[in-house]
Design a protein around this ligand. Sequence first.
Ligand code: ADE
Length: 257
Amino acid sequence: MRIDVLTLFPEMFEAPLKSSIVGRAIKQGYLDVGIVNYRDFAMNRHKTVDDTPFGGGAGMVLKPEPIFLAVESLRAKMTSSLTSTVSPKVILLSPQGRVFSQRVAEELASMDHIIFISGHYEGFDERIREHLVDDELSIGDYVLTGGELPALVVIDAVARLLPGVLGNEQSAVDDSFSQGLLEFPQYTKPSEFRGFKVPDVLLSGHHANIATWRRQQSLLVTWRKRPELLQFVPLDRQDKVFLETFGWKDNDSEPTD
Ligand code: ADE
């Protein structure tokens, strides 16, 4: 997979793209990331990328030309190198976008090429949204100083889903959210620490019982911490009986008369 990021602050990407799992994914060739400073595509010799808003008001607005030119130059490079036949998906990062989630990460992980546009200042000239961008993503309902950290968040979540990137393939499957549930509690050695013991079932070596315990703990953690997530999870009879002992009620099976 290839990801290009358009930014005015390329240095913000240096350490995160070199470190940990994302760094390894890039080194091993599962992911190719290009960082483009769209100031390089500014039209005048002062390299101006923003200007005052028409109609007045505070702050500066990112001009369309440098961002259009940067995207077009990436598209042209891809076409001429014939590394990809599909056109890249252009995604703007902004608080106005649809909210990023594990489902969106899975959607993006199946793509060949994404171009992220990160902005700064008061915002983008609307023609960028209307005529250049395919999708707009927000990482949550708060306002950051720019789209760089959101781009890194999305790259991190997507990179770990690419086949081969996580050493143990199972870990992406067991993750919080991958089944729509939060992750079950994990323990490691020692089996007793300051009198605090690891649950016996995990030391039993009984794989079926461990799987049942983990499923039930995932259900319980989700019910206690993020109950609204449970409505999207298919629950079998055993799940429901377990959750009912903790006060959960199955609204679907209530009598309707
Ligand atoms: N730019 C500023 N805040 C943002 C957010 N919450 N998500 C995505 N991009 C942003």
